[in-house]
Design a protein around this ligand. Structure first.
Ligand code: C5P
Length: 198
């Protein structure tokens, strides 16, 4: 598949924690010269800022932060600590917080012709009309071992059992929350590729 500069291509990728969605989405973005966004990083960034500044009005505070957010600010090892991971899935239950991040993601998708966004609610809420939708699945054992290897580099005392338990809880919260849960979209994609648009 050869993409020209003016071609539009929107890809949504969702999946549970450490299911391989970030690696997969990044590879696709690189291969086809697409802009990439990890929405999980946006939630992690929001969690970090809220814990650090404890603002009275969280929505007002986050709106200001996200208005001037640069993607380079999302690269921070601190955002991947077990504490932030846990807190992130708690704030992700709140509609008012999701709405702030939704605006950022929609703007990002609008700004670029070719985009890949990965997360939990991309194919259902953020990019319901995406051309291609991926849903990544991975057994908890494999996902936990993958995450454990990453975390072990920063914390020698971390235990696989604890990583697995935290991931089981996080995946459960992400799948069972009322607002924007992690589910595979029933709505088929536009299938731009199948329509021979490219
Ligand atoms: O993808 P990652 O594991 O970095 O996401 C961290 C957390 O952010 C998830 O466990 C979830 O609670 C939240 N999240 C979300 N919706 C998204 C992306 C992430 O609720 N689209």
């Amino acid at each position: 598949m050869k993409l020209k500069k003016h071609h539009k291509l929107v890809i949504a990728a969702d999946g549970s924690a450490a299911s391989g969605k970030t690696t997969g989405a990044k590879l696709i973005a690189k291969k086809y010269g697409m802009k990439f966004l990890s929405s999980g990083l946006l939630y992690r960034y929001a969690s970090y800022q809220l814990l650090k500044f404890e603002p009275k009005n969280e929505v007002f505070f986050l709106k200001k932060k996200f208005n001037k957010l640069k993607l380079s600010q999302l690269i921070n090892k601190k955002f991947h600590s077990p504490e932030i991971s846990e807190h992130t899935s708690i704030i992700a239950k709140q509609k008012k917080i999701r709405n702030v991040l939704k605006i950022f993601q929609k703007k990002f998708a609008k700004k670029h012709n070719k985009v890949v966004i990965e997360g939990r609610d991309i194919q259902t809420v953020i990019l319901p009309n995406a051309d291609i939708k991926f849903f990544f699945k991975c057994s908890l054992n494999v996902a936990a071992r993958r995450r454990f290897k990453e975390l072990k580099k920063r914390n020698k005392n971390i235990k696989l059992m604890d990583v697995k338990k935290a991931m089981r809880i996080r995946d459960y919260l992400d799948k069972k929350r009322k607002i924007s849960p992690l589910i595979q979209s029933k709505k088929c994609c536009n299938c731009a590729v199948r329509q021979n648009k490219y």
